[in-house]
Design a protein around this ligand. Sequence first.
Ligand SMILES: [Zn+2]
Ligand SMILES: [Zn+2]
Length: 152
Amino acid sequence: MAAPSEPVEFSGHCYCGAVQFTLILHAPATFSGFCHCEDCQRAHASPMYQFAYIDASAFTLLAGQDSVKSYVRDETKAPELRRWFCTHCGSRVYNTLLPTLEGKVRSHIGVFPSLLTDRTAGQHALLKPRYHLHSKEATVPLECVHDRLPRR
Ligand SMILES: [Zn+2]
Ligand SMILES: [Zn+2]
């Protein structure tokens, strides 16, 4: 794992390329894994997806600032989950989680390793999945997944 003084940089983009971003990571993601919840299945039109929540300061939108829009289903929930997408191609680009996570005031961004240019980034020590979340809602046969990650 990289020392804090040696940040690791990843770049990524949406399906059409209008939205481009970079991640400069000084530490492992706060929270990373695969989510199987029904909300994420519907939002991503996918039976599961990989996420990594990182400090918002590690994320920079390089292009497409005018091409992203967000959607919040329930503004009364805390932390508020806001899902951002590209208005041209519809790709999900990131999630923001404000203003609290685990009771602390801080701002996190959820990124999706599938969007990164480095196709192995999702298994990098700083981003790799550490859990399967909402396994009970899984629609993929998890008994066929042998990654030994904890299932919640
Ligand atoms: Zn796009
Ligand atoms: Zn989910």
